[in-house]
Design a protein. Structure first.
Length: 435
């Protein structure tokens, strides 16, 4: 739905995300932009600094039109599509091949979805291209969000067969038996993105071309700004899966539909997810994480939730470590946090508590940076009998001297440890009985 305004009606603008169009007195389109908050963003154009407007064309604006969106990512995609369609004269930055980027879908059996510049040389041709986008960072963030809902391939290689090398020229049979087994095992495991749920695994033969094609269709429709069509497509597929009693597929589609309809809960820009401030209301949801990997086998991790100072056991989650062999707490924590923050259907925490010290904190920061989230993190180092709290914080404004706040941190840490140990013992006992 689009709505028209004049500069005198700025106070009536909504505070939702969307895009805006500026026109001159003759009706000529001057500029298209996106906004997290339409009222705040559009009004800023009339706030002079040092006696001058922020953009030289502001005095020429006679009317403006807005189009609201459900989420920031939809505003970003809609802006790119509208700029490509209308070519406004003052969106000059997006006419320079050196500054703007596009999203491309390659022409392959299992197409890859990539961020690229129009001047970039590719090894494979493109089937579709979307954009322009004003920055590589925003385009990559958009794809990260889409990929959490519809996992797709980016850079992993598709082998010709399990018995060929990636080049197709060197026969695996010519290698030693041990090397052959290793190569086949690697192919079966798939790429790292597959192991953490970002890629459906065409590199390991885990998905058919037909199923992958349906995923690419959804990604294409979404990049065209057709979210409603995507939702209807998922609903049809879910109904068909249920009729076939394929309840696992139906459940996956249900989760996709939920995540798609709750995109407004996902931050695209840093200012959309401000760091929480001190105060009881700021720490409603705290998530605690711990790894349990006694010995070489059955490594697991826990996620516990403390809401308003009370444990919320219905929100607890268990993880089996999938990508790390041996005892490597840091890599395990990175895997678990990466897998957790691709679940768009789970509420985001106000604070993350990790069992570990400074190095664990860095791992957590790295994962959240990749996810474009600005959630505060606290690393809690183990003390004698786990009775002390050596805290390592990612931000400076946490109330680390407040007894009630510290009690919640201790509760999250202790619960995460208890839950991880309990799950580890259960897995170990089960595996022992099955041997």
């Amino acid at each position: 739905m689009t709505t028209n305004f004049t500069p005198k009606q700025l106070s009536k603008l909504p505070r939702t995300s969307g895009i805006y169009y500026y026109y001159d007195a003759t009706g000529k389109l001057l500029y298209i932009g996106k906004a997290v908050n339409l009222k705040r963003r559009v009004s800023s154009y009339w706030q002079k600094k040092n006696g001058a407007y922020p953009r030289e064309f502001v005095p020429d604006i006679a009317t403006l039109k807005i189009q609201e969106t459900d989420s920031v990512i939809e505003a970003l995609i809609l802006e790119a599509n509208e700029i490509h369609l209308h070519q406004p004269p003052h969106n000059r930055d997006l006419k320079d091949d050196k500054t703007f980027v596009t999203i491309g879908i390659t022409k392959e059996i299992f197409p890859a979805v990539i961020v690229m510049r129009p001047t970039q040389k590719l090894l494979v041709p493109l089937k579709r291209q979307f954009g322009p986008y004003p920055s590589t960072d925003q385009a990559k963030t958009a794809l990260q969000i889409i990929r959490r809902i519809f996992p797709f391939r980016t850079t992993c290689k598709i082998p010709l067969s399990p018995f060929h090398s990636s080049s197709g020229n060197e026969r695996v049979e010519n290698k030693s038996s041990q090397q052959t087994k290793f190569i086949i095992k690697q192919l079966q495991r798939g790429c790292f993105d597959y192991q953490i749920g970002f890629c459906p695994g065409p590199c390991a033969g885990k998905i058919s071309t037909a199923d992958y094609g349906r995923t690419i269709q959804k990604v294409t429709l979404f990049l065209q700004g057709k979210k409603r069509q995507v939702a209807k497509k998922i609903e049809r597929e879910m109904s068909l899966a249920a009729k076939k009693h394929d309840f696992e597929t139906a459940a996956t589609l249900r989760n996709q539909l939920f995540a798609l309809n709750h995109l407004r809960d996902v931050a695209l820009l840093k200012k959309d997810r401000p760091v929480s401030k001190e105060g009881d209301s700021a720490w409603q949801r705290i998530e605690g994480y711990d790894i349990s990997n006694i010995g070489q086998d059955n490594a697991v991790a826990s996620m516990v939730v403390v809401t308003n100072g009370e444990t919320d056991k219905n929100a607890y989650r268990k993880f089996q470590i999938k990508t790390v062999i041996g005892q490597n707490d840091l890599k395990m924590m990175e895997e678990v946090l990466t897998r957790r923050f691709r679940h768009l259907e789970w509420p985001l925490p106000n604070l993350v508590v990790i069992d570990g010290g400074a190095e664990h904190l860095k791992i957590g920061q790295r994962v959240l940076k990749r996810a474009k989230l600005t959630i505060p993190i606290i690393g809690v180092a183990k003390g004698p009998e786990r009775k002390k709290l050596d805290l390592y914080s990612s931000v400076a404004n946490l109330p680390l001297t407040d007894p009630e706040f510290l009690a919640r941190i201790r509760l999250a840490r202790d619960e995460a440890h208890r839950f991880a140990i309990r799950y580890h013992r259960k897995r170990r006992d089960t595996n022992f009985l099955n041997t």
